[in-house]
Every structure is written in C-alpha cells, then in structure tokens.
Design a protein around this ligand. Structure first.
Ligand code: PHE
Ligand code: NA
Length: 455
C-alpha cells in the first residue's frame, strides 16, 4: 500500500514518540487515581487483576492503536473512517473515533480540576504550608480547598489554559522538549519518596497491602474498575495513542515501543503506591479508602516532617502538574486534530474552542466537591458519574471496538504489514490476544459488573 503522510507533522525520532506516549500514559492516573482506587477496592487482589489487564488487554490494544494511527495518518475519527471504508466497505467504525472524542472531553473535564489541585498544592508547599502538619490538618487543608469552588475553578482555568497553549502550538514542537526533561525527574523524585517510605516502620505492611492478594475483598464491580484503570492509565480506548501514532515515522517497531510505554507506566504506578501507602499506614486518620483526596491528604504530612520537605513537596506537586500536563495534551489532541482537518480552523483556534467546551464541563466536577456535594445518583456525585462513565464504560467499550476492528475486520495482510513484525510468533500472539483475550476480558468484566455471574 502507498504510505500516507500526516498534515500535522511527525515525531522527529523514535525516542520522541516513546517520550510523548509515555508522557501521555504517565499522569494523574498513576499517582492520583491508582493509589486511591486500590484503597477503595481492598488492595492486593485488585492490584493483581489490574496488572493482568495491563498485560493481556492493555499491551495488545496499545499496539493496535499505534498501528491504526500510523496506517490512517489522521485524527482518530478520520483514521477510523478511512480504514473502515478500506477494510469493511462501510463507514460505521468512525463511531469509535467519535466515542473517543466524547470520552476525552469528559476525562479532561475532571482531569484538569485535579491537576489544578496539584497546582494549588505546589503553591501551598512553596509557602511552607505543610510544615509540621498532622493528618487532621492535612485533611483540613484538602477540605478547605475543595470547599471553595472559586479556588477550584481558578486553578482548573489555569491548568486548562496551559494545556490549550501547548496543543495550540502543535503537539510535537510543544511536547518533545518538555517530556525529555521532566519524566526522568519525576522518576527520581518518586524513588526518593519510596526511599522515605522504606525508612518508615510500616513499609512491610504497605508492601503486603499492595502485593498480597486477598480475593475475598474483590467485588464484581472491582474487576471492571481494574479494567477501566488499565485503559485509563495507558491512555487507551479513546484515540489519544492513535492520534500520536499518526505522527510516528515508518520503520519503528510498534511492539517494542508499546512494550516500553506499558512497562514505564506500570512502574510509576507501583512506585506511587509504594510511596503513598507507608504514609497512609503510619498516620492515624488517613485511611486507604480516603477517595480522590488520598494523595493530597497523605503525602503533605510526610513533606511537612522530612528534612528539605519544602523543596521536596514543591518539586513533587510541580512534577505532578507536568505529568498531568503531558497527559492532558494527549486527551485534547484527537478532538483538535479533527477540528483542524474538518473545519479548517487554525490549531490555535481549534484548541481554544475545544478547551472552552471542556472548561465548561469541568464546572460540574468543581461543584461536586462543594455546592453540589449532596447531589448524588448512580455512581455518586456528578464527578463520580463523569469519572465512572468515561473510565469504566467508554474507555473499555472503545477498546473493545478497537480490538474487534483490528483483529476481526482488518485483513491480516494489512495488520501484518503495518505492525511490521512479519507473521512469526510475535504477530500470532498479538492476533490471538487482540481477537480473543482482550475482547472477552472486557465483555466478561462488563457482564460481571452487571451481576450476570452472581449466583
Ligand atoms: N493515562 C493518563 C494518566 O494515567 C490519562 C489519560 C487517559 C490520558 C486517556 C490520555 C487518554 O494519567
Ligand atoms: Na498512566
């Protein structure tokens, strides 16, 4: 097949793509969300199910998204439409792209609010706001912040503006330099925090909480949440990685690239758990099940006590902002690339309009923590519902459709050509996982959560 080209530009090297994809993957999902949903869902057994999902569902789907993106070389919506026409003679598979854009809007609407909280915590830390605090004070600081919709809205606006700025400049130019510098720094800081955790008396307790599975603590819904987290943390199921794949040069091994991103993301999530849980267990008053405030209520206690804590705390929350930034850029890219392709807007105008819609949606999350905190239905507050609709339903559903398309609708000739790894064992394994294992696992998780397997 004659190779297509991207109107949005290309990554300059293979490393640039890996950094960008890892920048997309590593974010709030690892450091904010992973620890708190582990705490909500009882620890080790949940972690194990999550790890299995990452390997059995996440890796093959990440390879597929990169492969689809590179083959289509357009925004996910237009890539899916084009490949749908080529491979099936219909246009219906573009639906995957549309669902992804909706999921991206919903996710970014709360993602930006939480990243805004990290900005706020960065500024608190600079002002020595955590010095000598105990867990009650840490909780009070979190509640003071979330109790003020004005401050939450302010930081949400600030963070989203940063995202619009980089996306408007063009992802490659804006992103490459940023990620190259910041990812290694974040890693070093996390390692230092784990080091601090190891020095705590209860590191062993935290370790076994994370890694000793107790399956009696695992609810049917927890399985779907683990599947959802695998998608969320790896940026899969909504086209972010597909959009980045569109800018990937030919002759880059998709399998190895995806493997590197998956390993890096998983490593960071586990490190975050090992950094946070020793603190959670060391201090009376912070419980693993503290919910979305968990990172914000636990780490500051440690920063307030350790030598150099102001510097550490400031750097940590700042790097969390950067990690969130490189992820939020990828959450916005599918929609912005589509607007540029189909409505003839400039990148700047496209990013600003998409950002405006997401800013507005974000108000729902902001108010969920204060004025609307009593309004609950289905999964909980408006924020809880947005989060679980996007993460537990839309992403796995998008991933399921991507797996079916890549494994069953596309011809083997096309997938083998684009994956570029021949038709040996590697290809056969990918095909087996993408045709059977990944789709069945998602379907079983959906049915399980609906109670189909209850006796
Ligand atoms: N993977 C990101 C994180 O873990 C979140 C994300 C989800 C980014 C979906 C892009 C697409 O923080
Ligand atoms: Na992640």
């Amino acid at each position: 097949m004659a190779k297509r080209t991207s109107v949005h530009g290309f990554w300059s090297t293979r490393l640039a793509f890996i950094l960008a994809a890892a920048g997309s993957a590593v974010g709030l999902g690892n450091i904010w969300r992973f620890p708190y949903i582990v705490g909500d869902n009882g620890g080790g057994a949940f972690v194990l199910v999550y790890l299995i999902c990452v390997v059995a569902i996440g890796l093959p789907i990440m390879m597929s998204e990169i492969m689809l993106g590179r083959r289509g070389r357009r925004s996910p919506i237009n890539t899916m439409r084009l490949l749908s026409e080529e491979e099936s003679g219909s246009r219906y598979w573009q639906l995957v792209g549309w669902m992804g854009v909706i999921a991206g809007f919903l996710i970014l609407s709360f993602y930006s609010v939480i990243a805004g909280a990290s900005l706020h915590y960065t500024s608190l830390s600079i002002q020595a706001g955590f010095s000598g605090i105990d867990s009650a004070e840490a909780t009070a600081i979190w509640e003071r912040f979330t109790g003020s919709w004005q401050w939450m809205l302010f930081w949400h606006t600030a963070f989203l503006s940063l995202t619009v700025y980089v996306v408007g400049r063009g992802v490659q130019r804006g992103l490459e330099r940023l990620v190259r510098l910041l990812m290694p720094m974040l890693l070093i800081l996390l390692l230092a925090m784990v080091g601090y955790g190891i020095a705590q008396a209860n590191f062993a307790e935290a370790f076994s909480y994370l890694f000793r599975p107790d399956f009696s603590a695992l609810s049917a819904n927890a399985v779907l949440i683990a599947v959802g987290q695998a998608f969320f943390t790896l940026s899969l199921g909504m086209g972010a990685i597909m959009a980045y794949g569109a800018y990937l040069p030919e002759n880059v091994s998709i399998g190895r690239t995806a493997g590197g991103v998956v390993v890096a993301d998983t490593f960071v999530a586990l490190l975050a758990g090992l950094a946070i849980f020793p603190i959670v267990f060391a201090f009376e008053g912070v419980s693993p099940g503290a919910g979305p405030g968990l990172v914000f209520q636990s780490l500051p206690i440690a920063f307030g006590q350790m030598p150099g804590g102001i510097l550490f705390g400031t750097l940590f929350f700042l790097l969390l902002v950067f990690a969130a930034w490189t992820s939020s850029i990828s959450l916005m890219e599918p929609a912005v690339a589509w607007v540029v392709e189909n409505m003839g807007l400039s990148r700047v105008a496209a990013a600003a309009s998409v950002g405006g819609i997401i800013w507005f949606l974000g108000i729902g999350t902001v108010l969920s923590f204060n004025l609307w905190s009593e309004i609950t239905f289905l999964a909980g507050t408006v924020f809880d519902n947005v989060e679980s609709l996007a993460d537990n339903i839309l992403l796995p559903l998008g991933g399921l459709l991507i797996a079916i398309f890549a494994g069953w609708v596309m011809s083997r000739a096309s997938t083998a050509e684009e994956l570029g790894m021949g038709v040996g064992l590697g290809y056969k394994l990918w095909l087996f996982f993408i045709r059977f294992v990944a789709p069945l696992a998602v379907i079983i998780a959906f049915l399980h959560a609906l109670g189909v397997f209850d006796g």
